[in-house]
Design a protein around this ligand. Structure first.
Ligand code: ATP
Ligand code: MG
Length: 217
């Protein structure tokens, strides 16, 4: 039996916080591998433009190159429509019946877990490993953990994690403003972002578009 960690995320783009969390969880829970699974269409982020799944997966692959413990999977980006974590975990359970799965999340996710689709099915299919960062107290989260267990059952574990003021949102905004994100994302990911011009101000593009449209009504 292998112990496998699963990290879902938009990864738009993947950053050092995600990678550190995967490594941290692997050590804490004794995981053989952690699989990073970029989300397909997430109903939680449906109203924001996100890069196509293939691009987010490609950046994740670049990020884990050379690290045998981290893998990427295209399971969710290949699925049509919205994807839900419980479906992914149930699918993995069916596909890899010998393995035990640990779903790794930031503890901020615990607050919203009641509103996820079928939390009881998610918790039945894996252990939930929640990384507690500085902004929440362990006590508060411990209470929340108990309440969730009473309501849905399962296995939820809290692990402390250093607080990094780092998010994909912050990275996209910095890039938009022309600021450095060096060391916030792995070098290869940054090179790819720059090569493709991702997350830049769209002004020039739009202006170009308008000209073309005016020229060819
Ligand atoms: P966005 O800003 O677009 O929401 P994000 O940085 O929060 O992006 P996601 O892809 O939404 O990244 O998150 C994937 C997982 O990584 C979530 O479980 C989230 O809690 C966790 N995570 C994101 N940033 C950090 C961080 N700095 N430290 C620890 N966990 C993090
Ligand atoms: Mg987020």
């Amino acid at each position: 039996m292998r112990k496998i960690g699963i990290m879902g995320g938009t990864f738009d783009p993947i950053h050092t916080g995600h990678l550190m969390l995967a490594e941290w969880a692997a050590d804490k829970a004794g995981l053989e591998q952690v699989w990073l699974i970029p989300t397909g269409l997430s109903y939680l982020k449906a109203n924001r433009d996100i890069l196509p799944g293939e691009e987010r997966l490609h950046m994740a692959k670049l990020a884990v190159e050379g690290n045998e413990r981290l893998r990427c999977m295209d399971l969710e980006i290949r699925r049509e429509g919205f994807t839900y974590s419980y479906e992914t975990m149930e699918l993995l359970g069916q596909r890899y019946p010998q393995d035990r799965f640990y779903f790794i999340v930031g503890a901020d996710c615990l607050a919203g877990l009641e509103n996820w689709k079928c939390p009881e099915r998610l918790l039945a299919s894996c252990t939930l490993l929640a990384a507690v960062r500085g902004e929440h107290s362990m006590d508060e989260l411990e209470q929340r953990r108990r309440r969730l267990l009473e309501r849905f059952g399962g296995d939820i574990r809290l692990m402390s994690f250093p607080q990094l003021e780092l998010s994909s949102t912050e990275i996209r905004e910095r890039l938009r403003r022309g600021e450095s994100v060096r060391y916030m994302v792995p070098e290869k990911v940054l090179a790819y972002i720059q090569e493709r011009g991702f997350y830049h101000e769209k002004k020039e593009c739009e202006a170009f578009h308008e000209e073309v449209e005016e020229g060819h009504p």
